[in-house]
Design a protein around this ligand. Sequence first.
Ligand code: HEC
Length: 167
Amino acid sequence: MRPLARRRIILAAFGGGVVLCAGGVAFAQPQAAGVVAYETQGDSAPAPLAGLKGDAARGRAIVVDRQKGLCLLCHSGPFPEQRFQGDIAPSLEGAGARWSEGQLRLRMIDATRLNPATSMPSYHRTEGLARVAPAFRDKPILDAQEIEDVVAFLTTLREPTAAQEKP
Ligand code: HEC
C-alpha cells in the first residue's frame, strides 16, 4: 500500500500547482480544471503531459483496475492474473512495438482524434462530452500523471506473443 500513499501525495502536490496557476503563475496551462494542454504531430503527442515522467508499474495497476482504467472491459493483454478480459478491442500485447510513445500518448489522451467513431473513452478530455454527471464535469478520467504512467507501461508491451503463455 506504500506506493499508493506516495502517489496520493504527488497528485496533491500537482493539484497545488494547478491552483497556483489560477493565481497567475505560469505553469502547465490547463484548458479546463485538471486537463493539461498538449501538442500533436500527425497522430502523435510526442511530449510528456506537463513534462511528467511515467511509472510503468503504476501504469499497469491503472490498466487492470476495474474502477480506474477499465481497459480490460474492452481489451485483453499480458495479464495472466486477470480472469476476465475484453475482446471488443485489439489486444494490448505488442502495443509498444506497434506504436511509438507519442502515438500511444495521443490514443490515451483522446482516441476520438484518430477515429471519431471509436468506443474507446477519451481519458484526458473534458470538452465536447455528452451526458457527464456534474461531479465529473471538468475532470478527466485519468489525470496527466496517470496518462504518463499508462503510456510508460504500454511502451513496455513489445512482445506480441507474451500473453499467449498461460500461467
Ligand atoms: C469501451 C471500450 C474501450 C476501453 C474501456 C478502452 N479501450 Fe482502448 N481501444 C478500444 C477500441 C475499440 C480500440 C480500437 C481503435 C479504434 O476504435 O479506433 C482501442 C484501441 C486502443 C489502443 C491501440 C491498439 C492497437 O494496437 O491498435 C491502445 C494502446 C488502447 N486502446 C489502450 C487502452 C487503454 C490503456 C485503456 C484503459 C486505460 C483502454 N484502451 C480502454 C476500446 C476501448
